[in-house]
Design a protein around this ligand. Structure first.
Ligand code: PTJ
Length: 243
């Protein structure tokens, strides 16, 4: 039992949830190390959504609004941490949701689908095909889902699928606390923020946005600039750390 007055109560609750989901086969064991890396980067950005993250979330909403067939790709960590936020994003934007896993097994796909459906999400189903040119199982996707999406929102991605999707001409929006990761640099747009903070920011930005505003936001953004700004924010946060 974690005492609610513990200074890092929230982080400990999240860790406990991820550990439980790992024991239940929802989160891959490797997902726990990915989370540890993210915790370290979250520390560096001050565990809050920065101004740059908010700006990037608005651009993400704009890209979603202008997309013809947007699909949110969900892995084990994303389902364990943010199933309800995924469902809410879908409710507001109408995006498709597809389970796509690096450490794939049909049992994990079923469990992750159930977590999402339990909070009201509608998850795409069907027979996956190797539609992305990759050697591992992230190649597997649904012809009516990621296979035909013009925009794929891929939180907590590993870089090679991001690169492959870009090479296929897709718009790739990612959420990644590490602004230096290959995914962050390969994506069309990266929101450098923690997943459970970033998804609601995107959802709320989408709700109030007109098509004209979206078109203006999409015309003016530069992912490289946003990543540099995110790194500058980390440096500022570090220089204040011991003040
Ligand atoms: O469920 P599976 O089988 O698809 O496997 C999922 C993992 C996460 C194991 C797999 O995709 C993987 O190995 O990912 P990587 O290459 O470790 O990349 C994950 C990225 O997401 C890292 O750059 C982390 O910093 C970042 N990340 C992890 N948790 C969060 C995060 N970014 C934002 N919010 C988080 N909560």
């Amino acid at each position: 039992m974690i005492p609610p007055d513990h200074p890092r109560y929230r982080q400990l609750v999240v860790r406990e949830r991820l550990a439980r989901c790992a024991r239940e086969g929802i989160v891959a064991l490797e997902g726990l190390t990915a989370h540890g890396r993210a915790e370290a980067f979250d520390y560096l950005i001050g565990e809050k959504s920065t101004a740059t993250a908010r700006e990037a979330a608005r651009v993400a909403a704009a890209l979603l609004l202008l997309a013809r067939h947007p699909v949110l790709s969900v892995n084990g960590n994303t389902a364990a941490l943010a199933a309800a936020e995924c469902a809410r994003l879908q409710e507001v934007t109408g995006c498709g949701i597809e389970v796509n896993l690096f450490h794939r097994s049909e049992e994990r796909v079923r469990r992750i689908t159930r977590i999402l459906e339990d909070v009201g999400a509608s998850v795409l189903a069907g027979t996956p095909e190797r539609l992305i040119p990759l050697q591992h199982d992230r190649a597997l996707c649904l012809p009516g889902g990621i296979g035909s999406a013009d925009l794929v929102l891929v939180p907590l991605e590993d870089g090679d699928r991001c690169e492959a999707l870009r090479a296929m001409g897709r718009t790739v929006v990612t959420i990644d606390l590490n602004p230096l990761s290959r995914t962050a640099r390969m994506a069309t747009l990266t929101v450098v923020d923690e997943l459970t903070r970033a998804l609601p920011l995107i959802t709320e930005a989408y709700r109030g946005m007109t098509r004209t505003e979206a078109e203006a936001l999409v015309r003016g953004f530069d992912n490289h600039y946003l990543l540099q700004a995110a790194i500058a924010e980390i440096v500022r946060e570090l220089s204040r750390a011991l003040d």
